[in-house]
Ligand binder design. Structure first.
Ligand code: PEP
Ligand code: MG
Length: 894
């Protein structure tokens, strides 16, 4: 590390860093440098690199020896640019100290403003600004923030002192306090520090600065930052940078302000400046949501029906400057920007810009429109949408026909609708979720400590805070519905109630929130399926142009098949025939078939199943017209189908002509200790060939019928489950082939079909070369393959898998994202060996991994032909497949 450059300066139209240096300077530092280079008004300052953070943690929380001198030099540079000197009693430079990691972690780490103030410099600030009130107010803010962040003194002490003071003086608002009031309070605040800390509040600006820098680095490891990183897959090794910047003040009276703005609407994607600002306020006030902010544009103000003036009207010059700058920034970064700014006595300063977080709906609209505007290419647009985020578009909204009993209205902070029981704190939300209950987290306002509760909740409702408050920003990022600032609601945490006028609801009562319009509704309101925007279709079209993997759906019912087609599925990759018998009125013959003690009983049950199966398959073939449909022979783990209640046993016994007692006995015989590894899959067809024969008959007869009715050829793919080697497969295949011959003869129709197998046991992967001699396709069943390769029961993993992922023993849940090193290796072996015997063998995957973006990437890499996933994940898989193809092209281009 010797000779490393620890500090990068910026200001006055130039910078040592630039936007591409995020890893070293963090997002905020890199973009401050970039904005300086662009000649935009940025208060001068410097960034201490993320390498210092790494050094700090590697060296017992100490700093590199030469850092002090470098920082002093940087401060001297700031003095030149600002005409003020850090620590100078007569002409002091005040600075902000802020964190800034590679990836944005809003509100997770610490910030200190107004640093450099002390008993001496406060007077100089009062003289220079001609505003003693401002100077003392700034000093007390600094003491509060510094004490909280650096000295670890609870800010409640200071708030209490302030409230006591106001009460004694009969004052209500902070704005009513004079310079003398603040001065007195500063004295009290310093007393608090002395009492809590056992020593005085630090007066030396250098000591203050290093205290703050250390605190910001330390905040990288605070509990909420760790949790946030865990949720967002941000490695702890990245570290944070620290930005030290000369202060500009938005709280110097009516010509000063502070605000947050997005170059496009982050909820809808609409191409219009969007944001909020507060006159006479300091940096964090907008984000904290303590005062209700004002709109930036006049149009937004009118739409919101606000009685407070917009920035456009109240500060037209600063507004024009903001518009000029946002145009430059969006063109330069080629993306929607989220900007923070401060106006000090009429002059606008930029404090931050970054690519703005946005809802999936906005992301789509923005990506498509940026491509149409020629700022980015179609492929770039495809690459900009996180496939998993499409989930947000695919989620329910409130049924327009449903009755809306509106309790109150807040801000439409994050779109989509959700219903659940009221809970008032995040731990309860988490516990309820674990217990399988759906909850709406109701808070006065949320803070970063609430992340786990927000994650667990279906939706979030706050009574305070604007559209850029913590709740709003975080919920949008998570894709959860959120209504914020519902000010009519009174929350009583102690009693566990919320009330609006005369209506009182308690924890556990159901409410529904509509985050798209800001409504809070009584009860659990009916939802409807989402409707997708035009941009969705356009982007999916672009994705389809670049992907190589085909995308099919796992579907059994006509409804699922239709949904799958609507979402662009190119066939059915897995029809689990046993799922066709889960319905109350259908499970009966299935149970009869399973529990039959002899051939006769089984054949009579199968005769009942045949017409149902045939009709189901006709529907599927008809809906999927011309597209491939893979039908898997029965694979019922027995425990899922055995009757449990006395009533169920009685019905099955009657149908089989046996007594309840005999049936119970038979059920006991069938009881398995390990049903997932028991009498299931092709084992059923081996022991009772008549089952496979019935199903094959149903498939072929349906194919003939559907082809006749639709005029389109039907080429069914018949799939044998859970084989471990060739003998099983060949035996079952011979039955299927024989049945095909029989149906051909009986109907006189032409019949094309394929017979293939699931590859879902490690042995099948190893024996793939042999199996592929007769199997015409493979479909990797990665649910069972994961279960059998890792020896982890699919049904019992929940109790311990969390400890594995939490400790990093497994990178992620292997039933969600494919375990590349183990299961992935087996798939690769299966692919290679299968292709050796049959180079054109059709290869797919139909485990849950087929809809997981990271696993889809893996499937692309190993060269599968298709992935198959649940219908709602089809668009996600299409996009993930496209991104995998684009990634490969990029990698090749180097
Ligand atoms: C699998 O095992 O991956 C699979 C798709 O089959 P099932 O989940 O029905 O066992
Ligand atoms: Mg399986």
């Amino acid at each position: 590390m010797a000779g490393a450059k620890w500090v990068y300066t910026f200001g006055d139209g130039k910078a040592e860093g630039e936007a591409g240096m995020k890893n070293l300077l963090g997002g905020k530092g890199a973009n401050l440098a970039e904005m300086s280079n662009l000649g935009l008004p940025v208060p001068p300052g410097f960034t201490i690199t993320t390498e210092v953070c790494t050094y700090y943690y590697d060296n017992g929380k100490s700093f590199p020896a030469d850092l002090d001198a470098t920082v002093k030099a940087a401060l001297a540079g700031m003095a030149k640019l600002t005409g003020k000197t850090f620590g100078d009693p007569a002409n002091p430079l005040l600075v902000s100290v802020r964190s800034g990691a590679r990836a944005s972690m809003p509100g997770m780490m610490d910030t200190v403003l107004n640093l450099g103030l002390n008993d001496v410099t406060v007077a100089a600030v009062a003289t220079a600004s001609g505003d003693a009130r401002f100077a003392w107010d700034s000093y007390r803010r600094f003491i509060t923030m510094y004490s909280n962040v650096v000295l670890d003194i609870d800010h409640g002490h200071f708030e209490e002192a302030l409230e006591d003071y106001k009460e004694r003086k009969g004052l209500h608002l902070d704005t009513e306090l004079s310079a003398d009031d603040w001065k007195l309070l500063v004295g009290k605040y310093k007393d608090i520090v002395r009492k809590e800390l056992g020593k005085d509040f630090p007066q030396d600006p250098q000591e203050q600065l290093w205290g703050a820098v250390g605190a910001v680095f330390s905040s990288w490891m605070n509990a909420r930052a760790i949790k946030y990183r865990e949720l967002n897959s941000i490695p702890a090794s990245w570290g944070t940078a620290v930005n030290v910047q000369s202060m500009v003040f938005g709280n110097m009276g009516e010509t000063s302000a502070t605000g947050v703005a997005f170059t496009r609407n982050p909820s809808t994607g609409e191409n219009a400046l969007y944001g909020e600002f507060l006159i006479n306020a300091q940096g964090e006030d907008v984000v904290a949501g303590i005062r209700t902010p004002q709109d930036i544009t006049e149009a937004a103000k009118i739409e919101a029906g606000s009685d407070k003036p917009s920035m456009e009207k109240a500060m037209p010059e600063a507004y024009a400057e903001l518009c000029r700058i946002y145009g430059i920034l969006e063109k330069h970064y080629r993306d929607m920007q989220d900007m923070e700014f401060t106006i000090q006595e009429g002059k606008l300063w930029m404090l931050q810009t970054r690519s703005g977080k946005r809802t999936a709906k906005a992301a789509l609209k923005i990506a498509v429109e940026l491509a149409q505007e020629g700022l980015i290419s179609e492929s770039e647009a495809v690459g900009r949408i996180e496939p998993g985020a499409l989930d947000q578009l695919l989620h329910p909204t409130i049924d327009p026909k449903a009755e809306r009993r509106v309790l109150t209205i807040g801000l439409p902070a994050s779109p989509g609708a959700a219903a659940g029981e009221i809970v008032f704190n995040s731990d309860e939300a988490e516990a309820a979720k674990k217990a399988g209950r759906k909850v709406i987290l109701v808070r006065v306002e949320t803070s970063p400590e609430d992340i786990h509760g927000m994650h667990a909740a279906e939706g979030i409702l706050t009574t305070r805070g604007g559209m850029t408050s913590h709740a709003a920003v975080v919920a949008r990022g998570m894709g959860k519905p959120c209504v914020s600032g519902a000010g009519q609601i009174r929350v009583d945490y102690a009693k566990g109630t919320l009330s609006v006028g005369p209506t009182t609801l308690k924890a556990g009562d159901f409410i529904t929130i509509d985050g798209s319009v800001g409504q809070v509704l009584l009860g659990e309101v009916k939802m409807q399926k989402p409707e997708l925007s035009g941009e969705f279709g356009i982007l999916m079209g672009w994705a389809d142009k670049v992907r190589h993997l085909r995308v099919r759906a796992n579907a059994e019912t006509p409804e699922d098949a239709r949904t799958a087609r609507d979402f662009g599925a190119e066939g059915i990759g897995l029809c689990r025939t046993e799922h066709m018998f889960f319905d109350e009125d259908r499970i009966q013959p299935m149970r009869e078939m399973i529990l039959a003690g002899d051939d006769k009983g089984r054949r009579s049950a199968l005769a009942k199943l045949l017409p149902m199966q045939r009709q189901d398959f006709v529907s599927l073939f008809t809906i999927m017209q011309g597209l491939p449909v893979t039908i898997r022979l029965l694979d019922p783990p027995l425990h899922e189908f055995l009757p449990h209640t006395e009533a169920e046993i009685a019905v099955v016994a009657r149908a089989l002509g046996v007594t309840a007692e005999q049936l119970r006995h038979r059920a006991a015989e069938l009881h398995e200790f390990n049903p997932m590894l028991g009498f299931r899959g092709c084992r059923l067809a081996i022991a009772y060939p008549e089952i496979a024969e019935m199903q094959a008959r149903a498939i072929f007869e349906a194919a003939v019928k559907a082809a006749k009715e639709t005029g389109k050829p039907v080429i069914p793919e018949v799939m044998v489950p859970l084989v471990m080697g060739v003998p099983e497969f060949d035996l079952v295949k011979s039955r299927i082939d024989a049945m095909a011959e029989a149906v051909k003869k009986e109907t006189g129709a032409e019949l094309s079909y394929q017979v293939g197998t699931m590859i879902e046991l490690p042995r099948a992967c190893l024996r793939a070369q042999e199996i592929a001699k007769t199997a015409e396709f493979f479909s990797f069943g990665t649910n069972d393959l994961t279960q059998t390769a890792l020896g982890i029961s699919r049904d019992d993993a929940g109790s311990f898998l969390g400890s594995y992922t939490a400790r990093g023993i497994l990178a992620s849940d292997p039933f969600i994202t494919i375990d590349r090193d183990g299961v992935g290796e087996l798939v690769k072996i299966g692919v290679e060996r299968g292709r050796k015997s049959r180079p054109d063998i059709k290869l797919g995957i139909c485990g849950e991994h087929g809809g997981d973006p990271a696993s889809v990437g893996f499937c692309h890499e190993v060269g599968l032909d298709y992935v198959s996933c649940s219908p709602f994940r089809v668009p996600i898989a299409r996009l993930a497949a496209a991104q995998a193809a684009l990634g490969e092209v990029k990698a090749k281009e180097g």
